[in-house]
Design a protein around this ligand. Structure first.
Ligand code: KMH
Ligand code: ZN
Length: 271
C-alpha cells in the first residue's frame, strides 16, 4: 500500500471563529495553521483565504500573499488552492488562484445543496471551462465530489478531454452523500483504474472516514473546513491537532505517512 497523504483543509469559506476561535482569517493566522498541520504530517494544504474580518475571498493577490508566506514556513508543502471559493461567487472570481500556477487546485464536479437555501452551483459549462483552464495552466485538479454521480461526470469529462488521467478524487462525505463504510466502498470502487482518492468526512464523520481510508489504501483530508472538533464536544486547538490524530491512527494501523516529495510522486505532480 502507498504511504498515506494527509491533506489539511485549514480554513474553508463557511466555518467561522464562532465555531472555533482557532479558525484562521489573517495571513498570519493562515500561516500558523498551515505550519501546525505541516509539522504534524500534512503534505497538502487545501487553501481558502479570507480578508482580516473573516470574509472569504478568491482575490489573486491575497492568495499570493498567503501562499508565499506559507512557503516560507513550509518550503516543500503542496499548496492546493480552492476554486470552489464560497457559495455565490462567480466563476471568474473562483478561478483567480489558478493564475498563480499552483501544482494543484480543486475542481468541483457538480452542484450540491449546502444547507438551508444555499446551493453550491457548478454547471456543466463551469466544470468544462475550469477543467480546460486548469489543463492550460498545468494545474492538476483534485476532483471534489459530493456524491457518486459526480464521479461519473468526472469520468465523462476526462473522456471528453476536460480532465487528464490519472485523476485524483476527494470524496466529501456527510454533506450530500452519507458518510458510511458502504458508501465509501461504493464510491471508491467507482473511479477509473490508476486514479487516487482521498476522503473528507464532514463533522463527526471526519475520523471514522479517515480510519476507513487508512485501511482501504485511500488518503485522508482533515481540517477546520470540514470539522472543528478533536473529540465529541471538544474543540481542536489547531489543524495540527487534527492531523496528529490521523498520524497516530495510521501508526496504530501500520500505514506510513507520505512526505510532500512522496505525495508528489503518488499523485504524479510534475511541477
Ligand atoms: N466552500 C464551498 C462552497 C472547494 O474548495 O473546491 C466549496 C468548497 C469546495 O469548499
Ligand atoms: Zn474547500
Amino acid at each position: 500500500m502507498e504511504k498515506l497523504i494527509i491533506t489539511a483543509a485549514i480554513c474553508g469559506a463557511e466555518v467561522t471563529k464562532e465555531n472555533n476561535p482557532a479558525v484562521p482569517y489573517t495571513v498570519e493566522e493562515i500561516v500558523r495553521e498551515a505550519e501546525s498541520a505541516y509539522k504534524a504530517g500534512a503534505s497538502i494544504i487545501h487553501l481558502h483565504v479570507r480578508y482580516d474580518d473573516g470574509t472569504p475571498t478568491q482575490d489573486k493577490a491575497r492568495f499570493k500573499e498567503c501562499m508565499d508566506a506559507i512557503r516560507e514556513k513550509c518550503p516543500d508543502v503542496i499548496i492546493q488552492p480552492s476554486t470552489g471559493g464560497a457559495v455565490g461567487m462567480t466563476d471568474l472570481e473562483r478561478l483567480q488562484p489558478t493564475e498563480l500556477g499552483p501544482e494543484m487546485a480543486t475542481l468541483d464536479c457538480g452542484t450540491c445543496n449546502f444547507g438551508g437555501d444555499e446551493v453550491f452551483t457548478n454547471t456543466d459549462n463551469t466544470i468544462k471551462n475550469f477543467g480546460k483552464i486548469m489543463i492550460e495552466r498545468g494545474v492538476k485538479p483534485e476532483i471534489e465530489v459530493f456524491d457518486k454521480g459526480m464521479v461519473d461526470y468526472a469520468i465523462r469529462y476526462a473522456k471528453q478531454g476536460y480532465i487528464k488521467y490519472p485523476m485524483h478524487f476527494d470524496f466529501v462525505l456527510g454533506v450530500q452523500m452519507a458518510a458510511t463504510a458502504r458508501d465509501l466502498v461504493f464510491i471508491s470502487e467507482s473511479i477509473t483504474e490508476g486514479s487516487t482518492w482521498t476522503v473528507a468526512g464532514v463533522g463527526r464523520n471526519q475520523f471514522p472516514m479517515a480510519a476507513l481510508a487508512i485501511v482501504m489504501g485511500g488518503h485522508v483530508r482533515v481540517g477546520f473546513e470540514d470539522n472543528v472538533f478533536i473529540d465529541k464536544g471538544v474543540l481542536a486547538k489547531s489543524n495540527g491537532e487534527l492531523v496528529e490524530r490521523v498520524v497516530r491512527m495510521a501508526k496504530e494501523l501500520g500505514r506510513e505517512i507520505a512526505t510532500p516529495t512522496e505525495a508528489r510522486r503518488i499523485l504524479g505532480l510534475t511541477k
